[in-house]
Design a protein around this ligand. Sequence first.
Ligand code: ACO
Length: 326
Amino acid sequence: MKRIAILGTGSFAPEKILTNADLEKMVDTTDEWITQRTGIKERHISDKDTPTSVLAVKAAERALAAATVNAGDLDFIICGTVTPDMIFPSMACLVQAKLGATKAVAFDIAAGCTGFIYGMELARSLITADPSRKVLLIGAEELTKITDWTDRSSCVLFGDGAGAVVLAQVDEDRGILSTFLGADGNLGDLIYQPGGGSLHPASHETVDGKMHVIKMAGNRVFPHAVRKMGEAATRALEAAGVPQDQLDLLIPHQANFRIIDAIGRQLNLPMEKVYVNIDRYGNTSSASIPIALDEAVRNGRITPGKHVMLVAFGAGLTWGAVLMRW
Ligand code: ACO
């Protein structure tokens, strides 16, 4: 049996931590509100001189070491990110140079918090087309660099970090069993960053109008997130013919503990089968799933033979799920 599988995982988060108590001094909020409404207690924050690619490279180096793959043997580097170092060149090209992965084709995908899941399907397709390929997939973000620190409804949510995996074909019955992706561009205005693109190029007006930060209608996003992640996970289970009760671990995008809890209930999963680390990281967008996956592998929550579901939701709107046998 040949399948496309993750050979190794890695993650990295900046050392500096911003706690809810710190936020209490910055905006009109409380630790109690943030904890009860989101489950977040603290988040990692990059300093101003450290761009996202630095976090991406650290996570990638750890994933390559875990996979025992040399950077020079990579065929593709794909970065899921909405906070690349700059609009172009892509962050993946910057990472390629820093890793010395001279053979690798490199590009970014922008699918909001679903970037890593979209990347998994892309990696699967690329390896299916040529089974000799090795793909490095990274989810890396510095959302705190595009956060409106005066908007209490969003600034308490976000954190920085990166996670990475190396994928290749294996001659074993483990790896990706099914994927499911979706998008609805009609709901694009629920989470977006209006300034800096061709519609509103950077100008004094866009800076003064706070157009370079995240705009999010959080309470309108919430029900879509629960419904679409639940649907995506169910469709991926059906496509693989794996019954719900054989799912061992759900790793959902860490956007809000109440969303995670609702998806767990929708899938009839006890909370011990749902991975939660939002309390320590906040929402790190496309980095949240690979960070959680790396933690779960390293702390023994994922062991060979386990059925693991990754499921995400984000700007676009986009959503998707990947079911794997580890
Ligand atoms: N501290 C104290 N009060 C606050 C804060 C805060 N930090 N933020 C909002 N409030 C207040 C509001 O002003 C409002 O007060 P009011 O009733 O007097 O008007 C009240 O709390 C309730 O506000 P809601 O927005 O309805 O709160 P809700 O329970 O929906 O929680 C949240 C807000 C946490 C944003 C939630 O809606 C959420 O998590 N949504 C989903 C976000 C998400 O999943 N995003 C997707 C990915 S992001 C990406 O792709 C980059």
